[in-house]
Design a protein around this ligand. Structure first.
Ligand SMILES: [Fe+2]
Length: 373
């Protein structure tokens, strides 16, 4: 798949998205008019928009209207304590920068300031230079935090968007892969009068059994894919063996059994159908350990693999072979029932019985196929 790196030009102009400075004033609150006028003069000389208040309540009302960049507050105020103003203001706007400027510094308020996340705790009298440095630092922190927030939001939405894109592409790739491989299987089966349409029929049966067993749409598709490609490994088994009319020799049977590992090896690189491949790898395993290639037992065999195994067993019986006629659905069911709880779990067998009894036309042999009666 073509890689799609995140280019720096994809990142939105976050700095430009910040509010204009004139919309984000510095609010100064102090009960001494001389202090207010000093602070206003220094800050406006630096180009900052400033709004001054002698009342904490009025300052809070202004902050509640949003858009304030920085609060510079005295601790001792007539109507509301400065620390209370800071606490309420930060609750209202957590992105607000705050400087405490007090003439009565004490440990308690300094600790409280730290706890509230105040940017700086300054003492009066303060020089214009020190004030400017503190204000610039606090506003820089605010801008950085704002940038981080916006970047995080953008990254989160970008990750979601790209994850959805990858999932969509993966589904497309899976469809194309399965379609390509099923074409190959169809071409392979078309040459063989006994196998024509075999994989399509098994896939259809697998899908219906999986649905009956309560699999969700995604899992049903995986089981269907496994059914469609389960015998792709037969491509490596000599035709002379596939068309043998009598019993297979031990060596011939060994070669037939290899179709499972061969299929798994062919399909292994296709990681997007990995689950289907894992079912194919186990579709000849049997509950009692008599299967192949690994002789797995019981719950070590995925339910989905049992579905493919039983669908293949039943489906093959309903198809003609060089040495026998096709079984009817009733005959085939009677035959496979002997393997209930021995090769296949009862619930898998029940699913087959239900599907066959409700939709027999899906699994009946094709009458025009050649073969002995
Ligand atoms: Fe098989």
């Amino acid at each position: 798949m073509e890689r799609s790196p995140i280019h720096i030009e994809d990142v939105p102009p976050i700095g430009g998205a910040l509010p204009a400075p004139e919309d984000t004033p510095i609010v100064v609150v102090d009960d001494e008019p001389s202090v207010l006028s000093f602070l206003r003069k220094v800050l406006e000389a630096e180009g900052y928009p400033v709004e001054t208040f002698e009342s904490a309540q009025e300052a809070f009302t202004r902050i509640s209207q949003a858009g304030v960049a920085l609060l510079i507050a005295d601790i001792v105020l007539p109507d509301m304590g400065g620390m209370e103003l800071v606490r309420r203001s930060l609750e209202e706007d957590p992105s607000l920068s705050v400087l405490i400027l007090t003439g009565a510094a004490d440990t308690e308020s300094a600790v409280e300031s730290l706890r509230l996340g105040v940017d700086d705790y300054l003492q009066k009298p303060i020089s214009a230079d020190d004030l400017i440095v503190s204000v610039a630092r606090a506003l820089r922190h605010r801008a950085q935090a704002d940038y981080r927030d916006k970047l995080e939001t953008w990254l989160r939405s970008e990750v979601t968007r790209r994850t959805e894109e990858v999932q969509r592409r993966s589904q497309e790739l899976e469809l194309v892969t399965v379609a390509t491989l099923s074409t190959l299987v169809r071409a392979m089966e078309a040459k063989d009068p006994y196998l024509k349409g075999h994989s399509e029929r098994i896939a259809s049966l697998c899908g219906r059994m999986a649905r009956h067993l309560g699999f969700d749409a995604r899992d049903i598709e995986d089981v269907r894919t496994a059914g469609l490609l389960h015998d792709i490994g037969m491509i490596a088994v000599p035709e002379s063996i596939l068309h043998t009319e009598g019993e297979l020799s031990e060596e011939e049977y060994r070669q037939v059994k290899e179709h499972v590992e061969i299929a798994a090896n062919i399909l292994e690189p296709l990681s997007h159908i990995a689950r289907a491949v894992s079912y194919i790898r186990c579709h000849h395993e049997r509950l009692d350990g008599s299967g192949y290639p690994r002789g797995l037992r019981g719950s070590d065999i995925p339910l989905a693999a049992q579905i493919v195994g039983l669908a293949e067993y039943y489906g093959s019986l309903t198809e003609r072979r060089p040495h026998r006629r096709a079984y009817s659905a009733v005959e085939a069911l009677e035959t496979v029932r002997a393997s209930r709880d021995v090769w296949f779990e009862a619930r898998v067998m029940d699913a087959l019985e239900q599907v066959v009894s409700s939709e027999p036309e899906l699994v009946e042999p094709e009458p025009e196929l050649p073969g002995p009666d």
